[in-house]
Design a protein around this ligand. Structure first.
Ligand SMILES: Nc1nc2c(c(=O)[nH]1)N[C@H]1C(S)=C(S)[C@@H](COP(=O)(O)O)O[C@H]1N2
Ligand SMILES: [Mo]
Length: 260
């Protein structure tokens, strides 16, 4: 493909309307607002190297922009930079509940029968009980959770630093992704740099108490460096892989890196 020159860009007659429609289907409101402010059909052509002329190619071009954004965020991510922390007095009460279903459908997991399953590029893949996780070193943090649906709240989570756990089970720390499967139909995946970030916790408690069902009992991954949808609740299985695992919202167009 030859490099595109601005005068080569042919804007289809209904292109602007198609672009507006495609942007409306971008799931993440902040990204949608950003695209609405900054994107024109010609601009999308310059970014992706070809002029999108159909609705389908506009969606493909938007997905290319999102992948470009993943790479940019990964490059900009500083593995030692800490997210802000807050005093207990600033905790949002009550802390909001969110899931792809309503609070009346919260999954209730039996913690005694629960086993955390491990697979993929991990040396010791024996399953973990809740008590065994509780016996590992614990840390607590008061941080802000930011949901793309337009709310944020400060909460207090306690649990095992994920980097400690990954080293303990002999995970391949040079692998690209860590994936999570949950007790509902949720799943997501993160980059290894974020998995090893000092504030990434396997959270077992909320506000000093056993993690309640609505916040992800028996265990959730809490990362103040990532948006809400990247923080999986009710984790059932963890795997380490070099194959892109996607996620529940990510597969529907949310940006994969999802930094906050
Ligand atoms: N298992 C599971 N984890 C999930 C979700 C979900 O639907 N199921 N929703 C995500 C989204 S979009 C948000 S904002 C947070 C909400 O967490 P909270 O209920 O602790 O506020 O959980 C994330 N993790
Ligand atoms: Mo969210």
């Amino acid at each position: 493909m030859t490099p595109i020159r601005p005068r080569d860009i042919v804007i289809p007659e209904d292109g602007a309307a198609m672009l507006a429609d495609a942007i409306k289907r971008v799931a993440q409101p902040s990204r949608r607002a950003f695209l609405q402010r900054t994107l024109t059909l010609g601009g999308l052509g310059l970014l992706t190297g070809c002029t999108p002329t159909s609705e389908e190619s506009i969606e493909r071009a938007l997905a290319a922009v999102s992948r470009f954004n993943d790479r940019a965020q990964a490059l900009l991510f500083d593995p030692t930079r800490l997210a802000p922390t807050y005093p207990d007095s600033m905790i949002t009460r009550p802390f909001p509940f969110n899931a792809y279903y309503g609070e009346d459908e919260v999954r209730v997991v039996d913690g005694d029968a629960w086993r955390l399953e491990l697979s993929g590029l991990i040396a010791d893949r024996r399953p973990w009980t809740l008590d065994a996780l509780r016996a590992l070193p614990q840390q607590s943090q008061v941080t802000r959770h930011i949901c793309v649906e337009g709310w944020s709240a400060i909460g207090k989570w306690g649990g095992v630093p994920f980097s400690h756990f990954l080293r303990r089970v002999g995970a391949d720390l040079s692998a690209k992704y860590v994936g999570f499967k949950c007790a509902d139909d949720y799943f997501t995946s993160i980059d290894m740099a974020t998995a090893l970030h000092p504030q990434t916790l396997m959270a077992l408690t909320y506000d000093g108490q056993t993690l309640p069902p609505r916040y992800g009992y028996p265990m959730k991954l809490r990362m103040p460096t990532k948006l809400g949808y990247k923080n999986p609740k009710h984790i059932q299985a963890i795997f380490v892989t070099n194959t892109y695992p996607g996620g529940y919202w990510e597969d529907q167009g949310y940006n994969w890196f999802g930094g906050s």
